[in-house]
Design a protein around this ligand. Sequence first.
Ligand SMILES: *Cc1c(COP(=O)(O)O)cnc(C)c1O
Length: 376
Amino acid sequence: MNDTTFAPTRCHISLAALQRNFARLGDPATLMPVIKNDAYGHGLLPVARALAKAGARRFAVGTPSEGIALRQAGFKQGIVPLLGGMSQEDWRACAAHFLTPLLADGEDLRKAKACVRHDRPFRVGVKFETGMNRLGFGQEDVPELVEYLRANPALEPVLALSHLACADMPEKDACSQSQLRAFAAVSERLLAVWPNMERSLANSAALLGLPAAHFDLSRPGIALYGGNPFAGTERETLGAGLEWVMSLSTPVIGIRSLRAGQSVSYGHMFTAPADMTVAVVAAGYATGVPRSLSGRLEVLARGRRVPQIGRVCMGMLMVDASSLPGLSSADVVWLLGGPAEDGVAPVTAQELADKLGTIPYEILCRFGAMNERIYD
Ligand SMILES: *Cc1c(COP(=O)(O)O)cnc(C)c1O
């Protein structure tokens, strides 16, 4: 939650849309929804509550502190901090709160072992490196890993996990296939010793597009929030039906008439080609609107798309309201989503991401972190 913003922009979160996306992704028993980084900007606790109501039995979070926040709010589900512990304190907290952190190297093993309590096992996940080249045990580490875990039975491995680097890129299927084979092989060796371990490889893209990667648990993130990992690719239809969960509105705070030849905002980057009406709205780069998109944005006002003009300011931006004669400070405009007229498509996080040269994940995290959220 962000208590430090006094901005008037509102992030609307549709928990009903979130639940519909979750239901669309399959049997809850086979899913570990990813709610790291404040649920991709949608709010950790409200999102977890809505998913729990929809049947979620496990959650993947980023940090142990996110897991602790869930426990303190009363969640009894399995909770996997994907980053593992970042300090000895973290590992202790994971053990104390029955979290299932990921171990990614020998140092993690030793730190986790130091937190084992005599009265109960410390359940952990094992992260394997199969092609991302980020974190995780390699093939060659397995004998030592197995030996260590056998020698320390209070450290109980319950999950084997790896992460795909290119699952959303159909042209790089060979990379996913190679990771899939490596993961199957390496996890097999642990399964031989701990037959009840669950295996998890698939993110949203692999859940939708690579059934062979499903194993026991899939870990959808972006798809929960309405993002289609295959947007713009030949597999786009695999994500059809997902609904964006976040919308963003902000009030109109002024209307002004501009005569032909007059310019708007810092740097006078926009000059009116003809007499026009301009609406000033209360959103800017301090509320997450990238200034680098100045003059390239559109917003939804009274159900129609209108172009944004001139430089985006810290807390204001201007739109061409000439086509909306009645627009006033009683109106809000929508930077994402919102009610649209027939035949008009609301602005999506994907559209903003494409313009900005990024992915919708970044847009959602940014808007969610910088604005007050309200839930339907
Ligand atoms: C973020 C993350 C996911 C979710 O990925 P999406 O592309 O959002 O579905 C799954 N697994 C791990 C390890 C992650 O870090």
